[in-house]
Design a protein around this ligand. Structure first.
Ligand code: DSN
Length: 412
């Protein structure tokens, strides 16, 4: 990594960036929404493109001097449309939440009804949480998961028929199973609702055919670009031509000002990387690693919500053991593992404490972790959950984690 230029100008910030690099290199990253971009993507994000104002869209800008920027943004649009089989893309949303906000602005009027997954069951803040714009300005009805941790589509249909939402959201930030977009569309059609598929977490798996695609079913598809998709931090909205103009207006001037063209260039590179055969192999390994991690936890006597996973993530359910997600996530950090506390369905604890820890394999797989490595990771987690009072076991676990980090160096 090129830190010398920063250090000459601002050693204080350069030192902190170096410390963060060191932390990432010496930590097993299990936060399910994180990943490590290629150096090309990081380099693009630090280019002169950051200097340019380009409000509007390619060839319809409010500022002059955008002829190069236009070409970059068009490449990003074309690539992401090809990757997901969609007709139109707006690559300007600064994040997934901003992408969702623009869809809400286009598709709904204030106080319209939305049917989405409850946050504590795996949904997302921007899908209607009472503390987010989506829950403050719209009337939200929630569906959850059944006692086995799966979406109950009959229940979703019943809620849709009873409440007649204008928008139904299929998508989650913590759901380990396949989402049936076809069934969601049938439900949406039955009540005349729009369907938004938020594929932020599973985008990489969708792009490589490892999860069914919402293309052809969802009116709008939103995603982030930095999770399984392994691009820079940002968002995208995709839709049919019918909604293209309205969605573009909802992004600018509706919810954002100048687009981050340096990030859009980095997104374009990520979309190219995601079309390569190696990326498909990577995503297949993400799922294999996830399944092995879930099984290792189960084999060590721990519970995992829904009893396993079909994708890149799972939630360790600590209720039976009487530990909290907050405690275990903090203890994992002591042994060089980063993960986040997360509610489990019907969690008796508050969202700040929780009874679960969400675990994902996108980032470790980028480092080169394979099934045998994930078995060791599962064993370390089981050690922490069951033996955190034993200093010797904790020290041994930390050593095992560091050895895995050394075996799979990051940004060497
Ligand atoms: N914060 C993201 C996650 O961790 O899933 C969602 O926005």
């Amino acid at each position: 990594m090129e830190l010398d230029v920063i250090r000459r100008e601002d050693p204080e910030v350069a030192d902190l960036i170096e410390q963060e690099l060191h932390r990432q290199q010496n930590t097993i990253e299990l936060i399910a929404s994180e990943n490590f971009t290629s150096e090309a993507i990081m380099a693009a994000a630090g280019t002169v493109l950051t200097n340019k104002y380009a409000e509007g869209k390619p060839e319809k800008r409010y500022y002059n001097g955008c002829e190069v920027i236009d070409k970059i943004e068009k490449i990003a649009q074309e690539r992401v449309c090809k990757l997901f089989g969609m007709a139109h893309a707006n690559v300007q949303p600064h994040s997934g939440a901003q992408a969702n906000m623009a869809v809400f602005l286009y598709a709904l009027k204030p106080r319209d009804k939305v049917l989405s997954m409850d946050l504590s069951n795996g949904g997302h803040l921007s899908h209607g949480s009472p503390v987010n714009f989506s829950g403050l300005y719209f009337d939200v009805v929630s569906y959850g998961v059944d006692e086995n941790g799966y979406i109950d589509y009959d229940e979703v249909e019943k809620l849709a028929v009873e409440n007649k939402p204008k928008l139904i959201i299929a998508g989650a930030s913590n759901y380990p199973r396949i989402i049936d977009f076809k069934r969601f569309r049938e439900i949406a059609d039955k009540v005349g609702a729009y369907l938004l598929a938020d594929i932020a977490h599973i985008a990489g798996l969708v792009a490589t055919g490892l999860h069914p695609s919402p293309a052809g079913y969802a009116h709008f598809v939103t995603t982030t670009t930095h999770k399984t998709l392994r691009g820079p931090r940002g968002g995208v909205i995709m839709c049919d031509e019918e909604h293209a103009l309205g969605i573009d207006k909802a992004v600018f001037p509706g919810t954002q000002g100048g687009p981050l063209e340096h990030i859009i260039a980095a997104k374009a590179i990520a979309f190219k990387e995601a079309m390569a055969p190696e990326y498909k192999e990577y995503c297949a390994q993400v799922v294999k690693n996830s399944k092995v991690l879930a099984q290792t936890l189960i084999d060590n006597g721990l519970d995992v919500v829904s009893g396993g996973t079909d994708n890149h993530l799972m939630t360790l359910d600590l209720r039976k053991i009487g530990r909290t997600g907050k405690d275990i996530a903090n203890l994992l950090e002591e042994v060089h593992i980063t993960a986040n506390k997360n509610t489990v369905p019907n969690d008796p604890q508050s969202p700040f404490v929780t009874s679960g820890v969400r675990l994902g394999t996108a980032a470790t797989t980028t480092r080169g972790f394979k099934e045998d490595d994930m078995k060791i990771v599962g064993k370390i987690i089981a050690n922490v959950v069951k033996h955190s009072d034993d200093a010797e076991i904790m020290a041994k676990s930390a050593q095992m984690a560091l050895e895995l980090c050394q075996k799979h160096p990051l940004y060497k």
